[in-house]
Design a protein around this ligand. Structure first.
Ligand code: SAH
Length: 214
């Protein structure tokens, strides 16, 4: 039942133009979003909407996750940093796309969410390639840097310098930059020390906490 509904959800995201690559489509068809949700909201797992994951935080809407995955141009074997692990859903999709040769480090600042995300990652069999780390991801994760890709799931007031430093040359950083919940989704490409920035449009994410947050 969940599989059919998930397939329909992905078909809709394709029809609306949010996702198009076979890699993103396959990942979104395979990773079971309902596993990352609590009983109370599980019935809505395949609606294109953000949902509560507790502690005042939300799992992003599927179209937002799909859009961000498309922008990241992920390849097998990549090392990826996610800031704002939440439920672990986005991290699991990243894990699916980088494969067993790659690795995803997903940092979450709220302990109860990090613990739950770790259980969710285990439940979908991704513990070999996704590590959930409790901490302040606004500072990046120096001990596993540099990263091929960095993705941020909370609105930052500015682009944190450590994230730029921890990005490899030719790497891509996707980050919502704004005030409170409202942000512009910014894509930063690093090219021989130069930063090429592109505004990918208006989005809404929970505010970033920690040293480089609010
Ligand atoms: N990607 C998640 C959704 C994340 S919601 C998913 O798929 O479910 C944003 C998350 O960012 C929240 O859980 C919030 O606690 C976390 N967050 C906010 N500031 C943070 C910081 N400085 N470091 C790590 N996580 C942070």
């Amino acid at each position: 039942m969940h599989e059919e509904e998930r397939k329909r959800m992905v078909e809709k995201l394709v029809r609306c133009g949010y996702v198009h690559s076979k890699e993103v489509i396959e990942a979104m068809e395979r990773v079971p979003r309902h596993i990352f949700l609590s009983e109370g909201v599980r019935d809505y797992a395949h609606s294109d909407t953000p949902l509560s994951i507790g502690e005042g935080q939300t799992i992003s809407a599927p179209h937002m996750v799909g859009m961000m995955l498309e922008l990241m141009e992920l390849k097998k074997g990549y090392t990826v940093l996610e800031v704002g692990g939440g439920s672990g859903y986005h991290a699991a999709l990243l894990g699916y796309m980088v494969g067993t040769e790659g690795h995803v480090y997903s940092v979450e600042i709220i302990e109860s969410l990090a613990r739950k995300a770790e259980q969710n990652i285990k439940a979908v069999g991704m513990s070999d390639r996704v590590s959930i780390i409790l901490g302040d991801g606004s500072k990046g994760l120096k001990r596993f840097a540099p990263f091929d890709r960095i993705t941020v799931a909370c609105t930052a007031p500015n682009i944190p310098e450590p994230l730029v430093e921890q990005l490899k040359d030719q790497g891509i950083l996707i980050i919502p930059v704004g005030v409170g919940y409202l942000a512009d989704l910014i894509m930063v490409k690093k090219d021989k020390g130069k930063l090429i920035k592109q505004n990918c449009g208006g989005v809404a994410f929970v505010p970033m906490r920690g040293e480089y947050g609010i």
